[in-house]
Design a protein around this ligand. Sequence first.
Ligand code: KIV
Ligand code: ZN
Length: 389
Amino acid sequence: MDQNRVYFFDTTLRDGEQTPGVSLQTPEKIEIAKGLVRLGIDVIEAGFPAASPGDFEAVQTIAREVKGATICALARANEKDVQKAIDALKDAERSRLHVFIAISELHMEYKLKMTRQEVLDKVKSVLAYAKGKVDEIEFSGEDAARSDLDFACQVFGVAIAGGATIINVPDTVGYMNPNEFGDKIRYIKEHTPGIENAIISVHCHDDLGLANANTLAAIKAGARQVEGTINGLGERAGNVAIEEVVMALKTRHEYFDDLQVNIDTKQFTKVSKLVSRLTGVVVPPNKPIVGSNAFAHESGIHQHGMMSNPETYEIMTPESVGAEKTDLVLGKHSGRHAFADHLAKLGFQSFTEEKINDLFAKFKELADRKKQVYDDDIIALVVDNLHHK
Ligand code: KIV
Ligand code: ZN
């Protein structure tokens, strides 16, 4: 693994499918997985084979039919789950088993009813069972962000000794703040035995709207794999949105030490629409990167700036994420410049300045009544004005 590169692990088909109300059929999962390959995703978590026969079949079919990315399957830390995942991954071009067990005091006491020693023993035995049966093993300490850090380092050390080469640190309930999470990743990097032979991964949930900031802080601290989903789908408030992390790394590449990201960002809009259509989860218009307003400008001041130099109000181009070119939306905040420009685009090019002023005044009256003024409204306004003069 290259420490100068950030690897992307997509869990749209596993954690993303845990979005309330979302259930995907195998052909739909295949379509999404192929879209993720076109995007350049390194690892696709295809599902949780022990969860249901349908999940097993989906992972098996993806492993057989989708080439060009590592295919991963999730398993709890028990031999039955692990064997199911191994079986489902059998035909993958490259396979990854993802074993997890909770490591916070809260989860160990109330959910697992296990002691620290029992958890350590379990990790050791289950990895001994899995070793050599897949191409690579990832270990996740569920709720690691809220666990005792020295215990987390101890468990991660046992997992590495048992053959795990990817150590995932989930902020399972989206509880972290960026500086705090960055410090934890740094501590894990410094105190986990054998960590120099593994890659640190993070998996941030968005309960406080901090998933992207936490992920970026973790990368600054040395994490080199990011787990997330398209459109930020996932349990509760969702997982970190991969498109947001990638565009933050690319847009501010100098801040992130020019870390390499092998993602074809021009695919983002297409893959976002595909996931939205197949899951039925609508993308909010103001969603960064892929929302319909992400490159729309309404206020006159902004529109004027955009017409002089797009860099005044855009830090990335719509083309760079495969979106339609910038939309100067006409509304009550729009200025005369944008209005005149729009008239010309609609074919009304020979109006005098006085005429444009007159039409602009009428447009403002209309915009006060209507939230958004469409091309048909402007054409009607011009035609009406011509008839009455
Ligand atoms: O949020 C979480 O902790 C998970 C693990 C299974 C990685 O999804
Ligand atoms: Zn999760």
